[in-house]
Design a protein around this ligand. Structure first.
Ligand code: CUA
Length: 308
């Protein structure tokens, strides 16, 4: 069993659980390679040695009790040891330390929302280095699955249910977050980042008060998950882009009837609050109703109007 495995070559290792997980995988992989080599070599050897030859009759082989016992006991020991080190790793990733900071995670079509206990929200996960963090996961719509390869942790997000993960980030840096449960059209784009900061930088970010009296429209669009499906740069994603939308002419389907209208402020507000009212032609009718306060709605609409 080696501590450093092939895994780190491909994915950085940045949490306290990573070494255990990698050691388990390496151990299993190494046994597999040895067994594959032995079995393949024996197979080739027998194929050549006992190939059909003129004048050689086949024999009736009775079998060997000793061999049967050996190749039952050795693999049983190997597999039990796999179970043992897997179980050790499992205990480590399921046992939460007493002192943890809790972050709530909501998966939704198709973005992540991370909420901190002081009310801070973000679509990227920021954590301090060296401190145990607990994630409480749920979903707003369908099954999602939060996966942070560099931390070697992964857990399903299930509607109406709370699941958990914990980790201590060990290396400052920015690492990928994926959704690994097929959750519809935007699944492959349901990406985010975890940013591991020094404790000092994290404290500064965490205690930073939101600008008084001002809500950033772009931040609202990010936090509410709008940018999971809509871009601000002109590219069409799952939904139409926001760029140049304001006051443009759009063809929509309203109660089954096609019509062309101007995307004025009323249209923007209606489309956010009641996504089923007008469906833009050529796009699927899948936008969820997203809870939004009047202030957030104002900020979002105000921002959309600036995207020329
Ligand atoms: Cu969310 Cu796949």
């Amino acid at each position: 069993m080696s501590g450093t495995g092939v895994h780190e070559v491909f994915i950085p290792r940045a949490s306290n659980s990573a070494d255990k997980i990698d050691a388990t995988l390496s151990y299993i992989l190494e046994i597999e390679v040895v067994l594959l080599t032995l079995v393949t070599a024996a197979m080739i050897f027998f194929v050549i040695k006992y190939r059909r030859k003129k004048g050689r009759a086949s024999q009736n082989i009775e079998g060997s009790m000793l061999l049967e016992i050996i190749w039952t006991i050795i693999p049983t020991i190997l597999v039990l040891f796999m179970f043992y080190i897997g179980w050790q790793g499992f205990i480590r990733i399921r046992t939460i330390p007493k002192e943890v900071m809790v972050i709530k995670v909501i998966g939704r079509q198709w973005s992540w929302l991370f909420s901190y206990s002081n009310g801070k929200q973000s679509d990227t996960l920021r954590v301090p280095e060296g401190k145990p963090m607990k994630l409480l996961l749920t979903s707003q719509d369908v099954l999602h699955c939060l996966y942070i390869p560099a931390f070697r942790i992964k857990e399903d997000c299930v509607p109406n249910m709370e699941t958990y993960l914990w980790f201590t980030a060990t290396e400052p840096g920015t690492y990928d977050i994926f959704c690994t449960e097929y959750c519809g059209l935007g699944h492959s784009g349901m990406l985010s980042k975890v940013i591991v900061m020094s404790e000092k930088d994290f404290e500064a970010w965490y205690s930073e008060a939101p600008e008084a009296g001002h809500i950033s429209g772009l931040k609202v669009l990010g936090d509410k998950g709008c940018l999971g499906c809509h871009t601000t740069d002109g590219r069409a994603k799952i939904g139409p882009t926001f760029k140049g939308l304001y006051n443009s002419r759009v063809t929509v389907v309203t109660s089954g009837r096609e019509q062309t209208l101007t995307a004025n402020e009323d249209y923007l507000r209606r489309s956010i609050k009641d996504p089923k009212a007008d469906i833009v032609k050529g796009y699927p009718d899948i936008m969820p109703v997203i809870p939004i306060t009047p202030e957030e709605l104002n900020a979002a609409v105000e921002y959309l109007e600036t995207l020329k």
